[in-house]
Design a protein. Structure first.
Length: 277
């Protein structure tokens, strides 16, 4: 499933194509949404934004299209009415005179007023948005100290959008590694120093991934590895998807565990359970 940075990049691409311009036509695949097509035709798109893993397309008349890609949804931006050759099912199309923003395979699409959007059950439950520049390290650290979250294992907590919005599976492994925290721990097991490292890593890596289109490794190391001819899949991450390969920091072999059906990667030396008290 795409994570917060990838969804924000998709929202940026859609915004570049349709924001600030009137819509020529809107197509909905779902019958219950088709009556909204006439209300949106000719309306100007005022913004395309993301919240966690949802994208919100706002229109000048106060209506908003809420979409969540779920596991298989994918946005395509194309020249106007230039549809790709794909077996995916088109769920939503927003056309203007120059571009088409096409959403394939997504099953969660709604048209909502601004008031309804504010009460949307997914959006209402979201924690602090890691890609929101107004969110601070202190605010994120406070979430780890919240009694609602302290006794939950970090590997599940970091995937919970009501805890922190925008993180997903690869960011989970990368944040734990950069913070030097073992995946088995809970916030209550961590020292204040570990909590501060977790908060800093959650913000820094999510924002870096957005800026670099998915790279969470140390950027100086990335440049060195690229100069050596190392392919992207080998320099992109610190530990994610690198099981049985040497740690970029210490050379130990990266381990992989499957937790709740999701892959988690860590370095047994850099992230060893050791006392910092």
């Amino acid at each position: 499933m795409p994570e917060g940075p990838e969804i924000r990049l998709a929202a940026d691409a859609v915004a570049t194509a349709i924001a600030g311009r009137p819509v020529q036509e809107v197509y909905f695949a779902f019958d219950h949404l088709r009556p909204f097509a006439a209300a949106l035709q000719g309306e100007r798109v005022t913004a395309v934004t993301s919240r966690s893993k949802a994208i919100i397309t706002r229109f000048a008349n106060g209506l908003n299209i809420y979409s969540h890609n779920q596991l298989y949804g994918q946005w395509w931006v194309r020249p106007a009415y230039d549809f790709p050759d794909t077996n995916r099912q088109l769920r939503l199309a927003i056309h203007n005179h120059t571009h088409s923003a096409l959403l394939y395979s997504a099953s969660e699409i709604e048209v909502l007023t601004t008031a309804e959007l504010a009460e949307h059950p997914y959006l209402r439950k979201l924690g602090p948005e890691l890609l929101d520049e107004a969110v601070t390290e202190a605010e994120v650290a406070a979430r780890f100290g919240d009694g609602r979250f302290q006794r939950r294992r970090l590997t599940s907590l970091l995937l919970d959008q009501s805890f922190l919005a925008g993180m997903g599976n690869y960011l989970r492994s990368e944040v734990l590694f950069v913070a030097s925290v073992h995946p088995s721990l809970r916030p209550i097991d961590c020292t204040p120093a570990q909590i501060q490292r977790l908060a800093a890593a959650a913000l820094q890596l999510t924002r870096q991934s957005y800026r670099t289109k998915g790279i969470t490794n140390d950027l100086q190391l990335v440049e060195k590895l690229k100069a050596q001819g190392v392919p992207r899949h080998d320099y992109r991450f610190w530990v994610f998807n690198r099981d049985q390969q040497p740690c970029h920091r210490c050379g130990a072999t990266i381990h992989k565990e499957t937790l709740g059906g999701r892959r988690c990667y860590y370095c047994p030396f850099c992230q060893a359970v050791r006392s910092e008290k």
